[in-house]
Every structure is written in structure tokens, then in C-alpha cells.
Ligand binder design. Structure first.
Ligand code: LMR
Length: 398
């Protein structure tokens, strides 16, 4: 059987990580995967996470199964964090949530749910989108199409192209995958007025919104980052939201995420949740518990919660600071290209717009590694590597 398997391309982010590890050079910089690093280059465990783990260690008295939907306390918190306590859809009992194996697990069970309801359904993804969106949707059997998003000329948003596509090309009932904030890989987000415009088109034309929210709190703030999502959720009958605690709690390896469902009525929610449970059971049976307990403990304890928010603010501010410093250092090096994109883009990632040759040149000559599409993890810049990175980027941009 195995002889039949054709060689296939590895995920571009994972492939680059392997190449970085294999590079024997002392001076090399890893700007590849989306993890937050502090100024010492460490991927820290957040203080509140350590605190919640200490509580769990003391209070946990069994390792028995939790259940298909995961931690009930977490499932109660996830939609409230995304939509806000006072959201009308919550008050109307139209919202349900399950814990998933990270944000990717949420994406997969959501795509499976869509495929089981509407075999071969079309999902529209932004051009470009996160390297794993297409493989996940394809594995679930969905048909994938792209809507315009990134405009290379100014490294900004092609909003007219996006809107025209949603208005003319996407068919009613098609799924539209949107990024709530900190767009991965581009760092280019919709402005509030643009969220309003696309909400109108989605609602008027009966498109099905599916939002990936993996970076809440890493852009402008916990509330600000989901303002567009909240607006959308208030104006559509149905919606799916995949969310992740990997980045905003720094618990990447614990694989903790959620899938939130918005149904048109409370009665319609019940069969959806039953189908979702069946999908999860057939997929991986039940999600792991440790990360979910950490998040639930942090939410339940006022002091831990306040400390988490404070540390998340520090994280967000350090990322914004690194953007400003990178721009300033490129300007110092007489780069004449328009550099406003470095500080305009939001969140962990910046899309440099580098060609494959430029990506290769900075890797080979400077040991600077980024995703092969030119995406860099701004959160991995720090005081000891930023000058070297600026040297490499200035050479590429000249
Ligand atoms: C990323 O985009 O770097 C992260 O979401 C990690 C991953 O799984 O690709």
C-alpha cells in the first residue's frame, strides 16, 4: 500500500522550521512560525498560565474523561469572550460552543460539519490566506475558491476587489472564510466601516460567514479586535467562529480552541450541536483537557484574569514597538521604498511582499528565515536581532 503514496510538498511553514533547525550557522534568525517571543528570544509561559496550572495541580482529583464537547466552563466563556456578554445572539439562546483541538481542530470540525450538511460546498478564502486553511478545507471535501484580499502595490487591502467578489461571484449559501483580526499571513485587517459594508453584502445575499479568530488581543485590544466580528454576528442568521487560545494565552502546544455556532433560532441550534458532537466523536473523540482548564481557571479568578490581561497588553505593545523599530531602522538604512506597511499592518505578522528570490537571498546571505511567502513573525524581533534583520531587509529592498 505504501508504495502507492506519491511524494508531496510539506507545509511551507513547517518546512521552513525544519530548514532553520538544520542550519549550522551561529547567526541565524527565526521569523517563521507565529509564536510570541520576549526580548530575550524566549517563548514565555504567561504568569497567569503558571498560576492557573498551580491551582489545577492542587485541585484536580481525577483524570477521567471530560466528554466530546470538552470543558463546559470553557464552552460557556468562549462565546462571551468573542461576542461580549451583552451580545443579542447570546441573550436569545442562539449560541453554542464546543472545545476543540486548537484553532485548527475548530476549522476542521467546522469544515466537516459544512461538508456533511452540504456535500461539496464552496468555501471562499482570502488571497492569500493561512497556509493550512486550504489543506483543512480540502481534506473535509469542500470546494475552494479565493476572493481578492491583499494588494501587492501598496501591501494593503484590495477592498474594492473583495467587495466586488462577494457581491458578484460568491453564490448565496457559499461559505466565506474571514479573519477576525491580525490577518494571517498579511497583517492587513478590515477597518470598522469595511466590516459594516461586507456584513451588509453577506446578509443581503445570504452568504454563510465563517470567521477564524486566532489572534484576539494581539492587534489593538481584546474588544477592538473583535468589533467587526461582533457587528457581523449581530446581523446574520447563522455563522461559525473558529477560535484559538494558542496565541493570546501562549499555550500553543496544549492545543486549546473552540468552535462557536450561531443558529437562527434556539431550536435550530440543537441538531447542529448534535451533529458537531458526532463529527468530533468520529474525528478524535474528545479534546485534551489541560489547556482548557488553564483558560477556564484564568477566567474564573479575578486576579489571574487581570494579570493575564496586563501581560497580554505588554505582549501587544512589544509587537507594535518592534514594528516601529523595524521601520525606523530600515529608514536609517536609506531604504527608499514606502515603509508605511510595516507599521500599518496589525498583529504578529507582516507580509514583506518579498519575491521568492528576496526570501532566498536574506535566508542564504543573512540567515534570516521567514515563511516562504514572505511573511515574517514580527513578534520574534528583539533588541539583539533587529539590526541584523534590518541589514538583511535593507539589502533586499534596495
Ligand atoms: C502560524 O501561522 O505560524 C501559526 O498559526 C502556526 C501554524 O500552525 O502554522
Amino acid at each position: 500500500m505504501f508504495a502507492e503514496i506519491e511524494p508531496r510538498a510539506v507545509d511551507p511553514i513547517m518546512a521552513m522550521m525544519a530548514a532553520f533547525r538544520a542550519d549550522p550557522r551561529e547567526l541565524k534568525v527565526d521569523l517563521i512560525v507565529g509564536v510570541y517571543k520576549d526580548d530575550a528570544g524566549r517563548v514565555p509561559v504567561m504568569r497567569a498560565v503558571k498560576g492557573a496550572e498551580a491551582v489545577t495541580l492542587k485541585t484536580e482529583d481525577t483524570k477521567t474523561y471530560v466528554g466530546i464537547a470538552g470543558d463546559a466552563e470553557l464552552n460557556e466563556r468562549t462565546p462571551r469572550m468573542l461576542l461580549g456578554d451583552g451580545h443579542p445572539a447570546l441573550a436569545a439562546g442562539r449560541i453554542g460552543a464546543v472545545q476543540t483541538v486548537g484553532g485548527s481542530g475548530a476549522l476542521r470540525v467546522a469544515c466537516d460539519l459544512i461538508a456533511s450538511t452540504k456535500p461539496g460546498a464552496t468555501i471562499w478564502v482570502s488571497s492569500p490566506t493561512w497556509a493550512n486553511h486550504v489543506p483543512v478545507a480540502r481534506a473535509a471535501g469542500l470546494t475552494i475558491r479565493e476572493y481578492p484580499y491583499f494588494r501587492a502595490s501598496d501591501r494593503g487591502l484590495d477592498f474594492d476587489g473583495m467587495l466586488a467578489c462577494l457581491t458578484n461571484d460568491v453564490a448565496p449559501g457559499d461559505v466565506v472564510l474571514l479573519h477576525a483580526c491580525c490577518h494571517n499571513p498579511t497583517g492587513v485587517d478590515l477597518k470598522p466601516a469595511q466590516w459594516e459594508e461586507i456584513t451588509q453584502v453577506i446578509a443581503d445575499r445570504g452568504l454563510f460567514p465563517f470567521v477564524d479568530c486566532a489572534y484576539q488581543g494581539l492587534g489593538h485590544g481584546l474588544e477592538e479586535d473583535v468589533a467587526g466580528l461582533r457587528h457581523l454576528a449581530a446581523h446574520v442568521p447563522e455563522m461559525l467562529i473558529a477560535s484559538s487560545y494558542s496565541k493570546n494565552f501562549g499555550i500553543y502546544r496544549e492545543r486549546t480552541g473552540g468552535l462557536t455556532v450561531l443558529a437562527e433560532t434556539p431550536d435550530q441550534l440543537k441538531p447542529v450541536m448534535a451533529q458537531l458532537n458526532a463529527t468530533i466523536r468520529a474525528n478524535y473523540s474528545m479534546p485534551p483537557n489541560h489547556g482548557a482548564r488553564i483558560v477556564a481557571e484564568v477566567f474564573a479568578d479575578d486576579a489571574l484574569h487581570a494579570d493575564w490581561e496586563a501581560e497580554l497588553t505588554e505582549v501587544r505593545e512589544r509587537i507594535a514597538q518592534m514594528r516601529r523599530e523595524l521601520r525606523a531602522k530600515l529608514e536609517e538604512r536609506q531604504v527608499t521604498a514606502d515603509l508605511s506597511f510595516v507599521t500599518d499592518q496589525v498583529g504578529m505578522f507582516s507580509y514583506t511582499g518579498f519575491t521568492p528570490e528576496q526570501v532566498q537571498m536574506v535566508r542564504e546571505e543573512y540567515g534570516i528565515y521567514m515563511a516562504s511567502d514572505g511573511r515574517i513573525n514580527v513578534a520574534a524581533l528583539c533588541s539583539t536581532n533587529i539590526d541584523h534583520v534590518a541589514d538583511g531587509f535593507a539589502a533586499a529592498l534596495r
